[in-house]
Design a protein around this ligand. Structure first.
Ligand code: FES
Length: 87
């Protein structure tokens, strides 16, 4: 489990172990565009401004992962207790 803070939105969304970050955000009324939901297409790519993503997609390159500035919320998670995203 981890939290996602939406910068400038005031929302902090808890992501439970059995749900994706995108599902948790949608349940809180924050809809991220989705397509494959398997980490392949990049449709859901979201800007990360705080925390460290745990990348589980096969879309980003190693350099993009290392840049630590975006993640795919359909499948990726967090390596830190909180991620801060920008929509
Ligand atoms: Fe395709 Fe997330 S919806 S990578």
């Amino acid at each position: 489990p981890f939290e996602i803070e939406v910068e400038g939105h005031g929302a902090i969304v808890a992501v439970a172990a059995g749900q994706s970050a995108a599902e948790a955000l949608a349940a809180a009324g924050i809809r991220i565009p989705l397509s494959c939901e398997q980490g392949i297409c990049g449709t859901c790519l979201t800007t990360v401004v705080g925390g460290v993503p745990d990348h589980r997609d096969s879309y980003l390159s190693d350099a993009e992962r290392a840049a630590n500035d975006c993640f795919t919320p359909c499948c990726s998670r967090a390596a830190t207790p909180r991620l801060v995203i920008q929509l």
